[in-house]
Design a protein around this ligand. Structure first.
Ligand SMILES: [Zn+2]
Length: 150
């Protein structure tokens, strides 16, 4: 499935393959290429989401696989000092969960994207699109009440 026209895709890819390849910048580049406006690191929100789309009340977290204990190769725990790392990383995961719960309670939609997903920006773009399309639809149909056509 290709959700972008060739023109869109090349515009997005041009941004992605720029000099900045940090995960957060990749995500920002993709969103920008799709024409979304966003804000960064809203300190007044739980967990200071990396990217916030105020119009759609959406928060995107860009997580490093190691520090947030992603279930992938990059997220595997160190083999020395295991007690220390287990505790530290478990705390991070618990904090992430608590923040997401708080955000949701305030009406925010959350998406977490992972460092390891930056390898395949095409796939990542699809994930972002799926998430945002739902929100755009919600915004255009006047919120959660207008769900009759689903
Ligand atoms: Zn990962």
């Amino acid at each position: 499935m290709d959700v972008f026209s060739t023109e869109d895709r090349s515009r997005i890819m041009a941004k992605v393959h720029g000099k900045n390849t940090k995960p957060e910048l990749i995500v920002r580049g993709l969103l920008h290429g799709m024409g979304f406006r966003f804000r960064l690191h809203r300190k007044d929100l739980p967990g200071k989401p990396d990217i916030v789309l105020p119009k759609y009340q959406a928060a995107i977290f860009v997580h490093g696989c190691f520090w947030h204990a992603h279930d992938c190769r990059k997220g595997s725990k160190p083999t020395s000092n295991t007690d220390f790392w287990n505790e530290k990383l478990a705390k991070n995961v618990a904090r992430d969960k608590a923040n997401a719960t708080k955000l949701k309670a305030q009406g925010w939609r959350c998406l977490t994207v992972w460092e390891c997903q930056m390898k395949d920006t095409g796939k990542l773009a699809v994930r972002l699109t799926v998430f945002l399309k739902k929100l755009v639809k919600r915004a255009h149909t006047g919120g959660s009440r207008a769900r009759t056509n689903r």
